[in-house]
Write a protein that binds this ligand. Structure first.
Ligand code: HEC
Length: 403
């Protein structure tokens, strides 16, 4: 019952997370696009009002004419829309999902004894540590190196972006030495997403609030708030696609179970940055196809590098594997390798495998999980052999070949 309710919590939180995530990243994509498409107004009246850029667009049956003021309009409007709940809800729902999925079941999901044999408490503390330390280190990089020594202006993005890239790559490597592959990928995605939300929470929104407070009090707002907000927004622009691919790639065993899984994730995230850079440049009228090409080369290299070899597929599927295994032979394997987690009392994902009838009933899912994807037994906790997988595979294939 508990795992059944956890499955529901999982679904509902995931749904919420995707909805608010779309709202956040969608708005963020829109504003980057908008910023890059603004044109200097030719109208004298607009210029006199302080409008620095404007755009005309048609959408959903109406015409829109957004205008950007630099630094701010002379009078604050009564109704000012803020964008931050999208970000906060994405983080909160994501964190809740992480707790339900990974922290509740730390021994199954965070820990892979083949990677590191440690206690659930230690693994949970380390996972949370990644989220907190990620932000602290990233923030220090921005504070220490993101400021021009001469002018004091915030920016200096070449060095800062380079340091962030090195840090993220190191963290990815470290996570893959500590956690089950699937958890490691998610933790890196969550670490980057935490930096993004924390940028909004600790810098971007407070900076905007100070600018407004200054204006209300008749003071000239410091340009530092705007510069810092811009710096962190630029980072968020490039974090977005890597975060998404880190969170999605953890559904693919071929990626996170790979021998060099940390290099796989780094490559995927790098491809994400290149693709995003292409779009940012394209908004400004530059079609930098080299960026797309570089991303495609990286992805192509991954596809080639991770391709299953025929010999590995056939490994152990030699003479010892009967041509058409019977259900008794299958049941013997399942009893030893699967039943521990799939029985009457404990039925992970509602799958029970403790009788021949149940094995028959779940044959398709069993075949997919244990033979094709090799995701089961979870982290190969029960040490199934390639030969046993081959027996399960032949049994299912023979069963389905029958007219
Ligand atoms: C150590 C515990 C454990 C063992 C052993 C184990 N499983 Fe699982 N199984 C799980 C867990 C936990 C889940 C839920 C995974 C998830 O939510 O991604 C699961 C899920 C499944 C699913 C459903 C997958 C889905 O996403 O719908 C199938 C089918 C399955 N297991 C089959 C097997 C088979 C076949 C074996 C033996 C070869 C096996 N399991 C051994 C823990 C285990």
């Amino acid at each position: 019952m508990e795992s059944y309710l956890l499955d529901w919590a999982n679904l509902l939180l995931r749904w919420l997370h995707v909805i608010v995530g779309i709202a956040w990243i969608g708005a963020s994509f829109y504003f980057v696009w908008l910023d890059n498409h603004l044109l200097k107004p030719s109208d004298q009246a607009l210029q006199a009002k302080g409008v620095d850029g404007e755009l005309w667009a048609v959408h959903g049956g109406g015409f829109y004419n957004p205008q950007k003021y630099m630094v701010a309009p002379s009078h604050l409007p009564q109704h000012l829309h803020w964008f931050y709940w999208e970000s906060y809800w994405t983080w909160m729902s994501g964190f809740a999902l992480f707790v339900v999925l990974y922290l509740f079941n730390a021994s199954s999901f965070l820990i892979d004894k083949r990677v590191l044999d440690w206690t659930p408490a230690a693994a949970i503390a380390a996972a949370l540590g990644f989220l907190a330390a990620g932000w602290l280190v990233y923030d220090q990089i921005c504070r220490r190196f993101g400021r021009d020594r001469q002018t004091g202006a915030i920016g200096n993005d070449g060095l800062v972006l380079g340091l962030i890239a090195v840090f993220v790559a190191l963290a990815t490597w470290a996570a893959c030495q500590l956690f089950a592959g699937r958890a490691a990928f998610l933790i890196i995605g969550a670490m980057l997403a935490t930096m993004m939300s924390a940028n909004v929470f600790f810098w971007i929104i407070p900076g905007q609030k100070e600018v407004i407070a200054d204006m209300r009090a008749g003071r000239t707002p410091s340009p530092l708030h705007g510069q810092r907000g811009k710096q962190r927004s630029v980072h968020n622009t490039y974090f977005g696609l890597p975060v998404l691919v880190a969170m999605l790639s953890n559904h693919y065993g071929m990626l996170y179970s790979a021998r060099w899984n940390w290099a796989v994730l780094i490559t995927l995230m790098l491809a994400g940055v290149l693709i995003r850079s292409y779009f940012v440049k394209r908004h400004k009228g530059v079609n930098a196809w080299g960026l797309v090409l570089a991303a495609l080369i990286l992805l192509g290299a991954l596809i080639v590098a991770l391709a299953p070899t025929v010999s590995a597929d056939r490994q152990g599927a030699g003479k010892e594997v009967p041509a058409t295994p019977n259900i008794a032979q299958v049941q013997a394997i399942v009893a030893q390798r699967c039943q521990m987690c799939h029985n009457e009392a404990l039925s992970q994902k509602n799958i029970q495998l403790h009788t021949p009838a149940l094995i028959e009933q779940n044959a398709q899912a069993l075949y997919q999980q244990a033979v094709v994807l090799k995701l089961m037994p979870l982290n190969n906790a029960t040490q199934i052999t390639e030969q046993e997988r081959a027996v399960l595979g032949r049994w299912f294939e023979a069963k389905n070949a029958k007219p």
